[in-house]
Ligand binder design. Structure first.
Ligand code: UFG
Length: 315
């Protein structure tokens, strides 16, 4: 049974990966400073090491006996990154350099990295392919692109997975693993908690899209983690691949609201609001490379993402 180090394994996506890897028989070591993650999200079969990427000794001891790393840890709020660019560079870029250095010392040369569609910035292509220009428009995206370049320079076996909009939840043997961000900024959790007193703000209704609201490519977190497991098996010596992960199609904000109303069986209170700074109108992934390189096809649709998010929040 192979042992995998999962950095950021107490966060929404990392804890889902940890539970699914444990279900598949992997031995999982979670490395997380719990600055935004939750210890009670970590599957009981995993070992939790509470430490920061900025602590090289802790990284060295966590890597002992590991065959590969899945690297989720990092700061991940676009808005916060604009206010605190140095923090994002320090934790994400310097922290990942520490991880790569510790891996080199330990002789571990396999990594699957949680990159982001934010590396592309304002898209010039629709859909966005891995060859599309990467020109991030915020420090969060810049940090992810810098890490992708560092991984290439390291010359190890690597796959960077560029996520589009991740949603839904996984029901593990310990219960549902909900999306728990504080503050919550993501559309689907905010739609589910909207009330008449606190309606969902629709950020912009005058975009150049079919209904005037932004279009995004939503992918179920369980499909997303399936791609990570396939990526572990697709690593090739000294090759670094970059792969987009979305569903290959887009939904507008209004379509997400309509699908949520269908799942909830009630109206979602909304208020039309100004555009949010930095939002592109449309972000849709080409997932041809994920299909050809990983043999991956997402199978869970938008209604499944929303209904799993609902179940995870009411357990
Ligand atoms: N939206 C609203 N109201 C809200 C929240 C969001 O209308 O209260 C809209 C946004 O304007 C956007 C869509 O819903 O059009 C999705 O917004 P999210 O905040 O859920 O997701 P983003 O597309 O902004 O962000 C995602 C990832 C980021 C990543 C980014 C890349 O969550 O980590 O894509 O651009 F950086």
């Amino acid at each position: 049974m192979s042992r995998i180090l999962v950095t950021g394994g107490a966060g929404y996506i990392g804890s889902t990966a940890t539970a699914i890897l444990a279900d598949r028989g992997y031995e999982v070591v979670v490395f997380d400073d719990l600055s935004t993650g939750h210890a009670d999200s970590v599957d009981s079969r995993a070992t939790l090491i509470q430490a920061s990427l900025l602590d090289p000794e802790a990284l060295a001891s966590a890597l002992v006996g590991c065959e590969a790393v899945i690297h989720f840890a990092g700061k991940s709020l676009v808005g916060e990154s604009v206010e605190k660019p140095e923090l994002y560079h320090h934790v994400n870029v310097d922290g990942t350099q520490n991880l790569l250095d510790a891996m080199a010392t330990a002789g571990i040369d396999k990594i699957v990295f949680s990159s982001s569609a934010a590396t592309y910035g304002q898209p010039v292509d629709d859909p966005i392919t891995e060859e599309s220009i990467a020109s991030p428009t915020n420090p969060y995206g810049a940090s992810k692109l810098a890490i992708d370049k560092m991984i290439t320079a390291a010359g190890i076996s690597a796959i960077s997975l560029r996520y589009f909009n991740v949603a839904g939840a996984y029901e593990s043997t310990n219960g549902w693993l909900p999306e728990r961000h504080n503050p919550e900024t993501h559309l689907i959790p905010l739609v589910l908690r909207a009330t008449a007193a606190n309606p969902l703000k629709i950020f912009g209704t005058d975009w150049d899209t079919k209904d005037g609201t932004c279009i995004r490519d939503y992918v179920h977190v369980v499909d997303l983690i399936e791609a990570h497991i396939l990526a572990l098996g697709a690593l090739k010596p000294t090759v670094h691949e970059i792969v987009n992960l979305g569903s290959g199609g887009g939904y507008s904000v209004r379509e997400v609201i309509a699908a949520s109303e269908q799942v909830l069986g009630r109206t979602v209170p909304t208020v039309e609001s100004p555009r949010r700074a930095g939002d592109p109108a449309t972000l849709v992934a080409s997932i041809k490379k994920a299909k050809s390189l990983l043999g991956w096809t997402p199978t869970r649709d938008l209604v499944t993402m929303i209904s799993d998010a609902v179940k995870s929040q009411v357990q």
